[in-house]
Design a protein around this ligand. Structure first.
Ligand code: ZN
Length: 438
């Protein structure tokens, strides 16, 4: 019986991307002056491998056997012990990792893998949201945010502003490099999501000056300064609004309704038993103190047999009967940053909230960035690699556990070989021990 091997896009395969990540790490100059026994590249790649394999610790490997696979699959020459890895990575600036995120993104662009993610006239939908991943009253570092309680005790925490390209019809997300929400140099004040968003947007434009984006965020973002920041960086937006928080805006919609300026539109989906009801109005002021910031407002009701859901957004895109349904889908897809990104990292094997070691300076942030990088590589696989997709369809969430089991026990040549073994089984086609006779 012949086996049809799923075709893959070579440059977007796990092995090619691991090579790309590794050469990106190799371009980061080693900050240490003396000749170190373990290179910075190996230390970074070891942490990346730990997240790529969803392993709670590098020490979980059977070192006798696993070091071979860490070398052949991840290109690591010398694997540091956990303590040494933490020491080497603690002083690393998270910003040094930016070019590595960019090079994986470039590869996606070159492989035309981003094209199905285009949402509206060549624009990508970019979801932004803040999340916390660490909190403690004991462990802390120079980057920690701190909250002093009334009784004098302090809670330390780490947060980040996450960003991902999403599409309502695509399950996968493409994360960009997150912006850490951390203690900033030269200030006692805590950093916040709004400041992080400012930094993020400026860096986004440096990294991708010509990409067209529609930013989508929750109601906290619908304020005049943030909308002006988006506008200044040539970014469109669909932002959630809530009646309770944006009373002035909703009064304006009501006034427009009375003046006959509001458009009503309805679409019936008989198959799903849903009615999609809209009312929208273009060009209204966001709030009383910023009447020059003018927005277009969409209100939407999804009416089912026993449930009505209500959503509202503001956008700078001119709303019409022709595009309102599509814009609504873009606004609703925002949940993918919470569900398909943060919740996946927290609950689907990545151990986002697990403490891999905190460090004194940047370690906690560096680990979070490397985990996001591993997630980017995984999402690229899921989006582009037919072999990975077949293994995922077969094993689902058991995938990582099975992957680690083979990684521990067999000498492997590549991730491709490991995925083939997972798909076809070791006994049936025996690809592990196959000899290439060409
Ligand atoms: Zn910290």
């Amino acid at each position: 019986m012949s086996i049809v091997v799923p075709r893959e896009r070579k440059h977007l395969s796990a092995d090619a991307l691991f090579g790309l990540v590794r050469s990106g790490f190799a371009n980061i100059p080693d900050y240490r002056l003396s000749d170190p026994d373990i290179s910075l590249t190996d230390a970074l790649m070891s942490a990346f491998a730990m997240f790529s394999l969803k392993s709670p610790s590098l020490l979980a490997f059977d070192r006798e056997r696993a070091e071979g696979n860490l070398e052949t699959i991840y290109g690591i020459e010398r694997v540091p012990c956990d303590t040494h890895m933490r020491e080497i990575l603690d002083p690393v600036s998270p910003e040094w990792l930016r070019p590595v995120f960019k090079s994986v993104f470039r590869q996606l662009q070159r492989g035309k893998a981003l094209e199905p993610m285009a949402f509206l006239e060549g624009h990508y939908l970019l979801a932004l949201d803040g999340t916390g991943y660490f909190s403690s009253t004991q462990i802390h570092c120079a980057s920690c945010l701190h909250k002093v309680h009334r009784n004098g005790s302090i809670t330390y925490s780490h947060q980040m502003l996450g960003a991902a390209i999403i599409h309502p019809d695509v399950r996968e997300v493409i994360p960009l490099m997150p912006e850490p929400i951390v203690q900033q140099d030269g200030t006692d004040k805590n950093d916040c999501e709004r400041n992080a968003a400012k930094r993020f947007v400026a860096k986004l434009r440096q990294d991708h000056p010509h990409l067209k984006f529609i930013v989508t965020e929750d109601g906290l973002s619908s304020n005049a300064p943030h909308i002006e920041t988006l506008h200044d960086h040539d970014l469109h937006y669909i932002l959630g609004v809530k009646e309770g928080d944006h009373a002035f805006l909703f009064t304006q919609v009501q006034a427009a309704e009375h003046a006959g300026r509001v458009t009503h539109y309805e679409r019936h989906d008989r198959a799903a038993g849903l009615v999609h009801r809209f009312r929208f109005v273009n060009d209204v002021p966001l709030n009383a103190s910023n009447t020059d910031v003018r927005v277009n407002v969409i209100e939407y009701w999804e009416i089912g047999a026993d449930k009505v859901q209500h959503f509202s957004w503001v956008t700078d895109l001119r709303v019409s009967k022709r595009n309102v349904f599509h814009l609504m889908r873009g606004g609703r897809a925002r949940w993918k940053i919470e569900n398909e990104t943060f919740n996946t990292l927290k609950n689907q094997g990545y151990n986002f909230e697990h403490n891999y070691g905190h460090g004194q300076q940047n370690l906690s942030v560096v680990f979070a960035m490397l985990m996001m990088l591993a997630f980017l590589v995984d999402q690229t696989q899921q989006l582009c690699c037919a072999l990975f997709q077949a293994v995922w369809a077969k094993l689902g969430s058991l995938l990582w556990e099975r992957m680690r089991a083979l990684f521990y026990d067999y000498a492997l040549e590549s991730m491709r070989q490991l995925l083939e073994a997972l798909l076809y089984g070791l006994k049936k086609s025996n690809p592990i021990f196959a000899v290439d006779s060409s």
